[in-house]
Design a protein. Structure first.
Length: 300
């Protein structure tokens, strides 16, 4: 199949491009940096000014849309919040609008979304039927997914993959945490009782392939392992695998002071998300256990 991937320069997108090529697919990407667009494997777009090279969609069988301004890059000023929303919602609308005007639209469009849509739910187990939260990430998720689900389902199958924390040593949260944990200065954030919904990058790529290949998978899909753990377990397990102590605790007030609303919504939020749809449709995780996942990720 010919697959168009947005966010192909990012953590998930760059690994996904290689994964899909190994499976025999043709992969083309959309990038904002014009100088990277070679007009054969990479095409230019600028979602905020509604520009999309029309050639990019030619003969495409499926779209995987991962692009979006990084959620955890800094404190959420009003300007950043606008960018977080617009980079996701307007880019999805742009792609969906172009698809709708095609005689032969792609068979599927898979969008990134996030389990942040559920908000902070304490110990409550949440699955794809749980309603979204009313906070910023909840409403961002609703607008992002709605822009996708507005597509005609009879022409294009749509899936919103609600990612948890994607674990990789090449980027994202784990790469950022590793230096301090390796120095024995790893810390438990907040009370440590907040649930962390996690998944390895390898299982993320396999879950995306699963959604592409299974015509019965549609709508929102939680992309997390069935074994979320509390942050204190997450941090202590990482310390144990690295053979380093984890004795520090950063109180919630300090997290809020340093990171503001972003810290409260991402680092202190508790989400015990369950991958009901993936399991119901026969997906098997390579890394369902956190200790084994860390051992595998850190063995190189
Ligand atoms: N990684 C995780 O743990 C995680 C968890 C939950 C949800 N997600 C979601 O999954 C998606 C992919 O995650 P990732 O970790 O691979 O992200 P990433 O490494 O931050 O990459 C995101 C990509 O989006 C594009 N981008 C950045 N800012 C943009 C903007 N203002 N407008 C349009 N495009 C922009 C960039 O592509 P170009 O610069 O080439 O255009 C970049 O390659 C994101 O939407 C993210 O929110 C990720």
């Amino acid at each position: 199949m010919k697959i168009l991937v947005t966010g192909i320069t990012g953590l998930i997108g760059s690994a996904l491009g290689e994964h899909l090529k190994k499976k025999g697919h043709d992969v083309v990407g959309l990038v904002r940096n014009k100088s990277r667009a070679d007009q054969s494997t990479c095409f230019h777009w600028d979602p905020l000014s509604e520009f999309l090279d029309p050639e990019a969609l030619s003969q495409v069988d499926g779209i995987i849309h991962l692009a979006g301004e990084n959620i955890a890059k800094g404190r959420w000023t009003q300007h950043r919040k606008d960018l977080l929303v617009r980079s996701r919602v307007e880019s999805t609308r742009l792609l969906a609008g172009r698809i709708q005007s095609m005689d032969h639209p792609p068979k599927f469009m898979i969008n990134a979304s996030a389990v942040g849509i559920y908000g902070s739910c304490g110990d409550q187990v949440v699955d794809e039927k749980t309603p979204p939260a009313k906070d910023f990430l909840g409403q961002l998720g609703v607008a992002w997914e709605q822009a996708l689900f507005d597509l005609d389902p009879k022409k294009t199958r749509t899936i919103a993959l609600r990612f948890g924390l994607v674990l990789s040593t090449h980027g994202g949260a784990l790469k950022a945490m590793l230096p301090s944990f390796k120095w024995g200065a790893g810390a438990v954030l907040g009370s440590g009782r907040q649930f962390v919904p996690w998944i390895t990058l390898d299982d993320t790529l396999r879950a995306i392939s699963h959604c592409m290949d299974r015509p019965d998978v549609k709508g929102p899909v939680n992309c997390v392992t069935p074994a979320p753990v509390q942050f204190q377990t997450f941090a202590k397990t990482l310390g144990r695998v690295l053979r380093r102590p984890v004795w520090m605790r950063i109180p919630p007030i300090l997290v809020r002071t340093i990171f503001g609303e972003m810290g409260t919504a991402t680092l202190l939020s508790s989400c015990r998300a369950h991958p009901k749809k993936l399991l119901d449709t026969g997906f098997e995780f390579h890394h369902p256990d956190l200790t084994e996942a860390f051992q595998d990720l850190l063995k190189h």
